[in-house]
Design a binder for this molecule. Structure first.
Ligand SMILES: Nc1ncnc2c1ncn2[C@@H]1O[C@H](COP(=O)(O)OP(=O)(O)O)[C@@H](O)[C@H]1O
Ligand SMILES: [Mg+2]
Length: 496
């Protein structure tokens, strides 16, 4: 959301006499600036507190003896006037009973005036006792129009200060701003400055550089990755129904569609047999629809720092919203939200909270983020996720049919500079009964190694030999696949 929107909405909260406003944000600077504007709008003073300085009116000297959290609350309770009190990092003290008690008392007192305590924090930790007094507000990441403004003013400042060759045409400014979506204002400033000062020039190349800086920055945060996708749905063999579904919704994210009154599609779950093109399809959608692809990496969610998972999840979802329209791909979603973990005591409810956050987001998100979740093991998923309405559709990907195998052979031969028309696809596909797409690809590449070693052109016989020496997974996993099919027969739509 823009700081403008935040300014308006926060003003409304203060006027509605919420005693405590809890702002979820990674951007303390932006919060302080926004609150200063809110205070100005309302004609009330802004006070800022830090544990090192104590409480001070914005721009003024700190009030004596207000550094301690309990002291500052006592001080505030003695003050008569209206006002906003931004307590930085105060969430750290919300596990102390005395502090919580004092806050509750203050809340009672505040309900009669335009006074509010504002706590800003990147994580949401509100004690149950306080829940009724607290208005939760999410600042979100800056949106396109705010980024545009910032880009224009930063470029002006930087080019005035340094000798920068400005060769970026004004029509490219919005594109530059778009390349910065998903970052906080502070990150935006840093990335812009670095990019401009690297070669002391600003041109179309700078945008590329900024995009790759953003990719790296987000990746380092551990949970999300901006991916470039080379291939579209034409590189996916078979899965005609899935493709038709997607084809029908192409353009559903456009302005025209919105004017027409269409809601953008929310997302699909693709479940089914391993190695048959689930992940491939997820990626291809982004390319096909010409949208940015964001991959969600669950290992980053859990392993980075204990206790940071919730924060990381919320941040990732906000990044996706800031980048929208985009495709958010959650591969093997059963690993992110394993059913088994949800009821268990071992993680003190963390999995449950994460799952709750995610479901709420699925339900309430406003930005056009098309979610594509893939899963190999549906039995490991919490049933709540599969309930009607969570996804637009649940697709089941089965082993490819004869015709589908033919087209998969053709795709993979073609991708390796072979003329598929010269191969007896019928024969190959017949021999590869029970093979998945990945196994078909493997047969083609292995045969190519042979051909290369023999310094001979690739022949159907070489591929056939590879097929015959492969024992496809579908044989070993027959029971598992049967169970999947049975499950899917009742609950999913066939993708093939
Ligand atoms: N239907 C298909 N069409 C073309 N290639 C496929 C297909 N299915 C699998 N492959 C090949 O196998 C690789 C692995 O498949 P993937 O989509 O990751 O399988 P999974 O269903 O397990 O997610 C793909 O990158 C692709 O090269
Ligand atoms: Mg996969």
């Amino acid at each position: 959301m823009t700081s403008q929107d935040a300014r308006r909405e926060l003003g409304v909260l203060v006027n509605s006499k919420y005693p405590v406003i809890y702002i979820e944000t990674w951007e303390e600077g932006r919060t302080t600036d926004t609150l200063a504007l809110v205070a100005e709008d309302l004609g009330i003073p802004l006070y800022v507190w830090t544990v090192t300085e104590g409480l001070a009116r914005a721009g003024g000297a700190p009030i004596y003896n207000t550094q301690e959290p309990a002291q500052v609350l006592a001080q505030i309770s003695h003050m008569e006037s209206d006002g906003l009190f931004l307590l930085k990092d105060f969430h750290k003290y919300l596990d102390q009973a005395v502090i919580v008690r004092k806050l509750r008392d203050l809340a009672q007192q505040f309900r009669r005036a335009r006074r509010a305590i504002v706590i800003s924090s990147p994580e949401i930790k509100i004690p149950i006792e306080l829940e009724k007094d607290v208005a939760l507000f999410s600042l979100g990441l800056p949106d396109e129009s705010e980024l545009n403004q910032l880009v224009v003013s930063e470029i002006r400042d930087l080019t005035a200060k340094f000798r920068i060759k400005q060769e970026l045409t004004p029509d490219l400014i919005p594109e530059l701003a778009r390349a910065l979506r998903g970052l906080t204002l502070e990150e935006v400033r840093r990335v812009l400055t670095q990019a401009l000062l690297e070669g002391y020039r600003l041109d179309a190349g700078t945008i590329e550089r900024i995009r790759s800086d953003r990719t790296k920055l987000i990746k380092d945060q551990g949970v999300l990755e901006f991916l470039k996708v080379e291939v579209g749905l034409a590189s996916v063999g078979g899965l005609a129904r899935l493709k038709a579904w997607l084809e029908k919704r192409r353009g559903a994210f456009s302005l025209e569609a919105a004017r027409y009154g269409l809601d953008p599609p929310k997302g699909i779950l693709i479940m089914g047999v391993q190695g048959c093109g689930k992940s491939l399809s997820a990626k291809a959608v982004a390319r096909e629809w010409n949208m940015q692809l964001l991959k969600f990496d669950s290992s980053g969610l859990f392993e980075k720092f204990v206790g940071e998972s919730e924060k990381n999840l919320r941040k990732s979802l906000q990044v996706a919203e800031a980048v929208a329209p985009c495709v958010l791909w959650i591969d093997e979603i059963e690993k992110v939200f394993p059913h088994a973990a949800l009821g268990s005591e071992s993680d003190a409810g963390l999995s449950l909270r994460l799952f709750g956050t995610f479901l709420t987001w699925m339900q309430e998100r406003k930005s056009p983020v098309f979610l594509v979740a893939t899963s190999n093991d549906i039995s490991a998923l919490p049933p709540e996720l599969l309930r009607k309405g969570r996804f637009d559709e649940i697709f089941f990907v089965d082993l490819p049919s004869l015709e589908e195998r033919k087209s998969i052979f053709s795709i993979h031969l073609g991708r390796r500079k072979q003329d598929a028309a010269k191969f007896d696809l019928e024969k190959l596909a017949t021999a590869a009964a029970g093979f998945g797409g990945a196994e078909i690809e493997q047969a083609v590449t292995s045969a190519l190694y042979c051909a290369f070693a023999q310094k001979a052109p690739l022949t159907a016989e070489m591929v056939l030999k590879e097929i015959q020496s492969t024992y496809p997974l579908s044989v070993t996993l027959k029971e598992k696949i049967d169970t999947l099919r049975e499950w899917a027969r009742l609950r999913a739509v066939p993708a093939n």
